[in-house]
Design a protein. Structure first.
Length: 176
């Protein structure tokens, strides 16, 4: 629901000043493109696209000019330490490299919200920790980072934990 991919069965959802639950399909699509970056557990990379091309996809959807796309992509790849992976296909990269590509793809549109669904689930512990540190850095830069996890250890590394059970909020660490 937060990512505007599903609609609530009751209530209202506002993102900035837009009531998502009453918005048209095209308005919701525009919100998703402009406001939200997604990082998926299993990366959701296109197998036959290079790392560069995978990162480029949301910029193509946003009609960003080629020269500007290149500048943005190379800057993110350098920042995330994956510039050397630029021309590799996902199958030729490690899990950590693939997740960094997925994070770069989520960041290139400068979205205000980054939704990370089990971002360390497919990674070894060391790489998972590195990915979490990256997400914390992104959060410190002013982005809202929402991590969905079943791992209590990962949750404890965050500033706020909202616990949901059977679709209801049952705990919020900010309410102490």
């Amino acid at each position: 629901i937060i990512g505007c991919m599903d609609t609530p069965t009751a209530g209202k959802y506002f993102l900035d000043d837009t009531e998502v639950t009453a918005a048209s399909r095209s308005q919701v699509h525009k919100l998703r493109k402009e406001k939200i970056g997604y990082v998926f557990q299993h990366f959701a990379l296109m197998d036959y696209y290079t790392a560069y091309e995978n990162i480029e996809l949301p910029l193509l959807a946003a009609n960003v000019k080629r020269k500007e796309r290149k500048r943005i992509i190379l800057k993110q790849m350098e920042h995330l330490g994956i510039l050397s992976e630029r021309n590799k296909l996902p199958g030729k990269m490690s899990g950590g490299q693939q997740q960094r590509v997925a994070i770069a793809r989520a960041l290139v549109t400068n979205a205000d919200i980054i939704l990370a669904d089990e971002p360390t689930g497919a990674l070894d512990q060391k790489t998972g920790h590195e990915v979490l540190e990256l997400l914390k850095e992104i959060n410190k830069s002013g982005k809202t980072v929402i991590i969905v996890t079943h791992d209590e250890g990962i949750a404890k590394m965050t500033d706020r934990i909202i616990t949901i059970s059977d679709g209801r909020i049952v705990g919020d660490s900010k309410e102490k």
